[in-house]
Every structure is written in C-alpha cells, then in structure tokens.
Design a protein. Structure first.
Length: 167
C-alpha cells in the first residue's frame, strides 16, 4: 500500500469531471487500498479519486470512530435526496478551512462495491453529508465553492498565506 499525494485547492485538477469506472479489477482494488490508507493517514473520513489526481468515479468513506466502517463507492449515484441539513465541513484538499454548508439530510445512493457488485445504501447524518461532499469532488466541485464569493476570496487569501509558510 502507499500514501498518495492529495491535491490542494485551488489546484485546477480538482475541477476535472471524473469518468465512470469501466472495470473493477485488481488494479482498481490497489488504488482503493491506497486511497483508504491515504484517507486514514491524513486523517479524514472521505476521499474521492479526484483528490489523488485519478479522474475516475471512485470514493472511499469511513465515518466510524474506529476505522471499521470503510465503504467503497464505485460509480456512485444519488437516486433520492430529501430534507435539508447544515454541517461545518472540512476537506483534505482545503486544509485548515471549516465552513457551514447546506446539503440534503437524507440520500439514497447506488454504487458498485470493491468486487463490482451493485449495492444501494440509505444514509443520513454525517454519512449522507460525506457522500454528497465526495460525489461533488467527482463532478469537479469543491465545497468552498458553495460559499459566497466574499467568503471564498477570504479563504483563497488564507490558503495562499498558509502555503507560503510551509515553503
Ligand atoms: Ni473533500
């Protein structure tokens, strides 16, 4: 397994729209394992392939406290969404930034698992929020772009400053 490099906003590659996975094979499972390791090491609760510069529709999520809830979503699709909730979100691609974002409270998602088997999952709470956040990544969207222009500009200034410090 390997820790992968995570792209940081405003890297333009985070705006790529990922294409569907056509074959679930050992090579893809290797990527899934590397993504899970990268997510746990960060640490984070979700990671989309887009964030490691692989533009395929693949997401790993684990919202459990003890790393026992790893779920792989290949070609995920939200087929139902209702209700409204807000949560202070963060993102491994936008380090140190946490902002309130509004999303659907409850979603039903269909995807393939790591063996290529279709499954359907009903989610609410943090899992529902995380699924929507990660699928946004696959569509080239980063959560801070849901905020007002003013807030986004402030965040960009802060990110630039932080970057300068770590050089
Ligand atoms: Ni993210």
């Amino acid at each position: 397994m390997a820790i992968l490099n995570i792209l940081h906003y405003p890297d333009e590659r985070l705006h790529n729209v990922a294409t569907p996975v056509e074959q679930v094979d050992d090579k893809l499972r290797q990527l899934i394992d590397d993504m899970a390791e990268t997510m746990y090491a960060a640490p984070g609760i979700g990671l989309a392939a887009t964030q490691v510069d692989v533009h395929k529709r693949l997401v790993v999520i684990d919202v459990s406290e003890d790393k026992t809830g790893l779920t792989t979503f290949i070609n995920p699709r939200i087929v139902e969404a209702d209700g409204k909730t807000t949560y202070e979100e963060g993102c491994l691609s936008v380090p140190g930034i946490y902002e309130e974002v509004e999303r659907a409270e409850h979603v039903v998602v269909e995807a393939l698992d790591r063996d290529g088997k279709p499954f359907r999952l009903e989610a609410d709470g943090l899992l529902a929020i995380c699924i929507q956040h990660e699928i946004d990544h696959l569509d080239g969207k980063v959560f801070v772009e849901k905020l007002s222009k003013l807030k986004l500009n402030r965040i960009l200034t802060r990110l630039k400053k932080n970057q300068r410090k770590t050089l």
